[in-house]
Write a new protein. Structure first.
Length: 82
């Protein structure tokens, strides 16, 4: 059974209560017997896998080295062949 957090509308006391999924989300405050309502929290986000960190998208050292232009490499090969 899941545990839900409730807050009293009268005295603002927060408490937890075990309830089934199919039960009504109504509870009575254990301190003042006022009506309590369920408190909802945001769901945490967990990043798993690659692509979420800045180091995952940085170019490697091989990418940083300047590559010769296509025209320059052909001209250099022709001179070497002569």
């Amino acid at each position: 059974m899941p545990i839900y957090e409730y807050e009293c509308g009268r005295c603002r006391y927060r408490f937890e209560m075990k309830q089934g999924f199919d039960e009504e989300p109504q509870a009575m405050c254990p301190q003042c017997q006022g009506r309590a309502r369920r408190v909802f929290h945001s769901t945490p986000v967990i990043f798993k896998g690659s692509g979420f960190y800045i180091t995952d998208s940085r170019p490697s050292r091989k990418d940083k080295e300047p590559k010769p232009n296509k025209g320059e490499s052909e001209a250099g090969q022709k001179e070497k062949g002569k």
